[in-house]
Ligand binder design. Structure first.
Ligand SMILES: O=c1ccn([C@@H]2O[C@H](COP(=O)(O)OP(=O)(O)O[C@H]3O[C@H](CO)[C@@H](O)[C@H](O)[C@H]3O)[C@@H](O)[C@H]2O)c(=O)[nH]1
Length: 464
């Protein structure tokens, strides 16, 4: 590698990616939005190679020549063999352990190679250590939190929460001691890393540190919009140097072209859309549990039986074991044209189809935002992380969905929820409320909208 004399440029930005689940996609979406506002800036996207190849293959980065992917070490030693029964978690923990060194080294190498010093560091908010790297580099640290502001707020307030509800058996304790939270929020809605789980795990420690460090960031960008949750936005602003809501980002700049590069995938999508064309407006249940997305086998059976017994048309984006379905369920429902099971769809495109009447979801933040922008009420079956708190907001703050009774799918619980959203007055009211939010979301990203203004203000902070 050649070593040139480096000069600092505020237009050169290093982006540090948390390379698991939907984080890389979300961060790239954020950077793409910035690059649209500031085409004169250069973004170096530091990410592991497997994730970079899937993000930047085909037309994934079309029109964004100013974002350049750089591969970093994935944290796994040569010849590594997983030791536990959860290799994914093991990988995340090894990566977290090595991340500060991985990124510092990669940044130095790129600076030496290009002869340009970076003028700003953007990182996934999880990377609290980026504050220290930025300080050493004498550049501003800007972070991106890819979830909702309420889930961010509870990480900032972790010490207070631990103090108030730390003892075991306090799951039902209400959270109104947190500004902006009503007594409808309970301790059981919190991510388990905050109080009731293994709070010493590497991931839990990273989240705790993140909450302590974020107030040092020059700006914390969040994929939401100010009118979505005014009270918590105001509270969070008091705790951070600069809270900047820039979303919903999928409305600012779609990540991929609507037409997929993968021909088989595109063919499957077309078949799905044609199938949806044959259904009544607002009649089909779209079912998906995010990018990881599998349900326990008993719940797959319960939900499948509910769909079949109630005759609810459904499109299920399913990434589990097909053998979990009741015997011949797939053949029967397919033959009667009641249901379709696919491995992956373009979710935004599906949710936008007029025949979709409900989104059965794990309550991941991107899925909620996409449901809002497509005006589709939700049935939530949250699993982990921020999903419980997101779903509580869906239920009690925005009132645009219901949580599945008892927190897990049973046949009767699923039939009840599907009838409620698809056929009853409550469902109609949810659709009306979600329509108002959709309008607010569109206004926010419009040319004079608050999120659009915020994005432009953020570019100024980065260039300063
Ligand atoms: O068939 C599918 C299924 C999913 N998606 C997309 O995948 C994304 C899923 O994102 P999200 O709903 O946020 O779920 P996860 O991928 O599970 O996201 C992780 O990250 C989120 C943001 O921090 C958290 O809210 C979640 O709890 C966490 O699991 C969305 O954009 C969907 O459009 C598709 O395009 N096709």
């Amino acid at each position: 590698m050649s070593h040139k004399v480096a000069s600092t440029s505020p237009r050169n930005v290093a982006v540090l990616v948390f390379p698991f689940t939907s984080h890389p996609t979300a961060l790239l979406r954020f950077v793409r939005s910035l690059s649209t506002v500031a085409p004169d800036m250069q973004f170096s996207f530091f990410n592991i190679s497997r994730s970079n190849s899937s993000l930047f293959s085909g037309s994934g980065n079309k029109g964004c020549d100013n974002i350049k992917p750089y591969n970093v070490w994935d944290g796994l030693p040569d010849g590594y063999i997983p030791l536990s029964r959860n290799p994914q978690r093991e990988h995340v923990e090894l990566f977290i352990d090595n991340a500060p060194r991985i990124f510092e080294r990669a940044i130095k190498e790129v600076e030496a190679e290009t002869g340009h010093k970076f003028g700003c560091l953007i990182s996934d908010a999880l990377f609290w250590f980026a504050a220290d790297i930025a300080e050493k580099m004498h550049v501003p640290w800007v972070t991106s939190w890819i979830g909702d502001i309420r889930s961010l707020f509870v990480h900032i307030e972790t010490d207070i929460i631990r103090d108030k509800v730390g003892a075991p058996g306090q799951d039902n304790k209400t959270l109104e001691f947190l500004s902006g939270f009503s007594d409808e929020f309970q301790a059981s809605d919190l991510p388990k890393e905050i109080v009731f789980g293994d709070i010493e795990s590497p991931f839990a420690r990273m989240l705790h540190k993140m909450g302590q460090k974020l107030p040092q960031a020059a700006a914390v960008a969040v994929n939401s919009f100010e009118t979505m949750d005014l009270k918590v936005t105001e509270e969070l602003k008091k705790r951070l140097q600069k809270l900047i809501l820039v979303g919903p980002l999928h409305l600012v700049r779609p990540l991929q072209s609507v037409v997929s590069d993968d021909e088989d995938q595109q063919q499957e999508e077309d078949v799905c859309l044609q199938w949806l064309d044959d259904h009544e407006p607002a009649s089909v249940a779209y079912i998906s549990f995010g990018s990881l997305g599998a349900l326990p086998p008993m719940e797959v059976v319960a939900l499948a039986e509910a769909l079949e017994e109630g005759g609810f048309p459904f499109l299920w984006s399913f990434r589990g074991n097909l053998e979990d379905f009741p015997q011949e369920f797939i053949e029967r429902t397919n033959k009667l044209s009641i249901g379709k099971i696919v491995s992956w769809v373009n979710q935004e495109q599906i949710l936008n189809h007029t025949s979709i009447g409900v989104h059965v979801t794990h309550s991941g933040w991107n899925s909620i935002l996409e449901s809002v922008s497509c005006c589709v009420p939700m049935i939530g079956r949250p699993g982990f992380a921020d999903q419980h708190i997101n779903m509580r907001s869906v239920e009690v703050v925005w009132q645009i969905g219901v949580r599945i009774e008892g927190g897990v799918f049973t046949k009767t619980g699923a039939v009840k929820a599907l009838e409620q959203v698809l056929f009853l007055e409550q469902g109609k009211e949810m659709r009306q409320r979600i329509g108002v939010l959709k309008q607010l979301a569109q206004e926010a990203v419009g040319p004079n909208g608050r999120s659009a203004q915020n994005l432009r203000a953020l570019v100024e902070i980065i260039k300063a």
